[in-house]
Design a protein around this ligand. Structure first.
Ligand code: NAP
Ligand code: ZN
Length: 365
């Protein structure tokens, strides 16, 4: 076990601050990674503030971060797929049981025994796993992705969550040329959804509550922009969409979008507002519409998405920040004021001298 500098929250109301955490010794299947950049996902904020207490209560201290890009510093003796010096990524998953139906189908994101990058029971050290707001990480090779060297690492980091979370449902629900596709919310996930839908050849409409994002939406690949608080603009699209991706992080009226779907159209939630959404039966039964959900993506599909991004030069539009600005960044995220993902430059962690240390718990298993 080795110590690593990190940023953590001690409670739902504490700011993130520096802390020393343990990282396990490299086993024969492990890859040790020096973290270069970590994106800030709205899920980090939901969990730091225990907003998902009903579904997955937060264990403190929490070290968030699951949009990780770094360089391999060391590999275990049995590791075949990565070597020291490689540019790699880690997303939301660091382990799964590899035997269930989901795992054998390459859908580790639905494994009932998965280990999330932060906040899951840590099978090696006890306690819970700690995420990417940290200087290094040790991960089983199966969950380490290759990052195309042509991509800017700061902009590539958000692909590990925002990228795959939007790519996967669009592939699953057949977003292709000539399909009319809506993306609700132009934040971290939303702006990646626009880039992918555009790259797949769809006619892309962005729904936003922020009229000042109109020009950016068009630049990112949208064909049309609708200010969702304008009922007239919304009405013009009634019954016309094949697919709508909903990335909104807060309470909103999903019925206003369901009625924009055409016959057999689908609206997929990837946004995870803490409180339940109300659905009118009439929004669904008129038009045999479908309301669905999607959770990140499997490891093979994440690698496929990264290759696609390398080929098409797709990465997130990022505001690179120092770790010391993370609490301000969270406040801006709450105001929908990010263009369009914060990516933390982990070199900024080097100047920190954490006063507190988390001890490893008793090793289990
Ligand atoms: P984000 O960057 O904060 O973007 C969310 C966007 O939603 C905002 O930029 C804003 O866009 C819109 N929005 C915010 N509040 C709104 C409101 N009250 N009404 C209507 N629109 C509102 O967040 P993110 O990182 O993209 O994450 C979005 C959600 O996805 C979060 O709930 C996160 O936890 C979840 N998530 C899910 C998965 C998964 O696997 N399913 C993976 C990652 C994240 P406009 O300014 O354009 O309106
Ligand atoms: Zn995320």
């Amino acid at each position: 076990m080795t110590p690593a500098k990190a940023y953590a929250a001690a409670s739902a109301t504490s700011p993130l601050a520096s802390l020393t955490i343990p990282r396990r010794d490299v086993t024969d299947r492990d890859v040790e990674i020096e973290i270069l950049f970590c994106g800030i996902c709205h899920s980090d904020l939901h969990q730091v503030r225990n907003e998902w207490a009903d579904a997955m209560p937060t264990v403190y201290p929490i070290v968030p971060g699951h949009e990780i890009v770094g360089r391999v510093t060391r590999v275990g003796s049995g590791v075949k797929t990565h070597k020291a010096g490689d540019l790699v990524g880690v997303g939301c998953l660091v382990d799964s049981d590899r035997t269930c139906d989901a795992c054998t189908a390459g859908l580790e994101q639905f494994c009932p025994n998965q280990t999330l990058t932060f906040g899951s029971p840590d099978k090696h050290l006890g306690g819970v796993t700690f995420g990417g707001y940290s200087e290094k990480l040790v991960v089983d090779e199966h969950f380490v992705l290759r990052i195309p060297e042509t991509l800017d690492p700061a902009g590539a980091a958000p692909l590990l969550c925002a990228g795959i979370t939007t790519y996967s449902p669009m592939r699953h629900w057949g977003v292709t040329e000539r399909k009319k596709v809506g993306v609700i919310g132009l934040g971290g996930l939303g702006h990646m959804g626009v880039k992918f839908a555009d790259a797949f050849g769809a006619h892309v409409v962005v729904f936003t509550t922020s009229p000042d994002k109109r020009d950016d939406a068009l630049r990112l690949g949208a064909d049309e922009v609708v200010v969702s608080r304008n009922a007239n603009e919304m009405q013009q699209h009634a019954g016309s969409f094949d697919f709508i991706l909903d990335t909104v992080s807060a309470r909103h009226d999903v019925n206003a979008y369901l009625i924009l779907l055409r016959l057999d159209g689908a609206l997929t939630l990837v946004g995870a507002p803490p409180k339940p959404l109300e659905v009118s039966a009439f929004s669904l039964i008129m038009g045999r519409r479908r309301l669905a959900g999607s959770n990140i993506g499997g490891i093979a599909e994440t690698q496929e998405m990264l290759h696609f991004c390398g080929e098409h030069g797709i990465a997130a539009d990022v505001e690179v920040i120092a770790i010391q600005s993370v609490n301000d960044a969270y406040e801006r995220l709450l105001k929908s004021d990010v263009k369009y993902r914060f990516s933390i430059d982990m070199a900024s962690l080097k100047s920190e001298q954490p006063r507190d240390t988390v001890q490893a718990h008793v090793r289990v298993g």
